[in-house]
Design a protein around this ligand. Structure first.
Ligand code: SF4
Ligand code: SF4
Ligand code: SF4
Length: 266
């Protein structure tokens, strides 16, 4: 309750002063005088996040980034968050980031915890995808995507009506706002995988202009397996959409750190 009151006071404060003042306050009082903070476990931070130690000082738990995220990808950490309680992160098993071209989350951050200088794809690096459960990959045995795996994405999509959720079918109408339209387009693209042999992770990777620079399917034991490539930026979309939880993200890791000994799938 006390934390909620504090957050409300902070939000009112932000409304009352300009962004520049907040940045000055946070960088001045936060970066230079805050004690060294450490989060209890590495979390996947939103695009543009500064390094973790500075992020923990700069994120003021205002929730501006998650309010503008059209995919509902960002959440605030709950009471288990230790030092980073209330701060913004992404749980890719629930919802990945879909790499909006204008990065509204970065632009909305009033303190620079998401660095305004990094609002282009070429500067974004959130982490690195890894295969954590290779034997569960459906592509290894050319297995089809189960309907339940696609239906699950409808169920956790927040902008749908109860009927759309129940019928697992969406249509874009002129009354839809931009957020509804984007999330419905995602579901329509995902529908192309229904009943087909699974290559969802590679097909749905939002890295542009060429997702195959980040992930591709390669032959293995008579089937296929995803191969994570150098351009992967750890957005977590493949993690969310994989039907069998084959993938996860190592936050802030680089390709070299993870794959210096060669690709894990080889
Ligand atoms: S880039 Fe878009 S989808 Fe990703 S966290 Fe930011 S606002 Fe959300
Ligand atoms: S989404 Fe990719 S990793 Fe997951 S089962 Fe399908 S092919 Fe395998
Ligand atoms: S492979 Fe693509 S979808 Fe998966 S984390 Fe990397 S960039 Fe995102």
């Amino acid at each position: 309750m006390e934390d909620k009151m504090k957050d409300k006071k902070r939000r009112n404060f932000i409304k009352g002063v300009g962004g520049f003042s907040i940045v000055a306050l946070a960088t001045g009082a936060g970066l230079y005088f805050a004690p060294k903070l450490k989060s209890d476990k590495p979390l996947l931070r939103p695009p543009g996040a500064v390094d973790e130690e500075d992020f923990l000082k700069l994120c003021i738990k205002c929730g501006q980034c998650l309010q503008v995220c059209p995919y509902d990808s960002i959440v605030l950490e709950d009471v288990n968050g230790g030092a980073s309680l209330g701060m913004a992160y992404i749980n890719p098993l629930d919802r990945g980031c879909y790499l909006c071209s204008a990065f509204p989350c970065i632009l909305a951050c009033p303190t620079g915890a998401l660095d305004h200088e990094k609002d282009e794809l070429k500067y974004i690096h959130m982490g690195m995808a890894v295969i954590v459960n290779e034997s569960a990959c459906l592509a290894l045995e050319n297995k089809k995507v189960p309907d339940s795996a696609i239906d699950r994405i409808y169920e956790h999509t927040k902008v749908l009506s109860p009927i759309e959720k129940r019928n697992h079918k969406v249509e874009i109408s002129s009354s839809d706002n931009e957020k509804q339209e984007l999330q419905k387009k995602l579901l329509q693209k995902l529908e192309n995988n229904r009943g087909k042999s699974c290559t969802i992770c590679a097909d749905m990777c939002p890295y542009t202009p060429d997702p195959s620079a980040a992930i591709g399917m390669i032959s293995k034991n008579g089937g296929l397996i995803p191969e994570i490539r150098e351009a992967c930026i750890g957005c977590g979309a493949c993690v969310e959409l994989c039907p069998t939880q084959v993938l996860n993200i190592v936050p802030r890791a680089s390709y070299e750190e993870i794959y210096k000994g060669g690709n894990h799938a080889s």
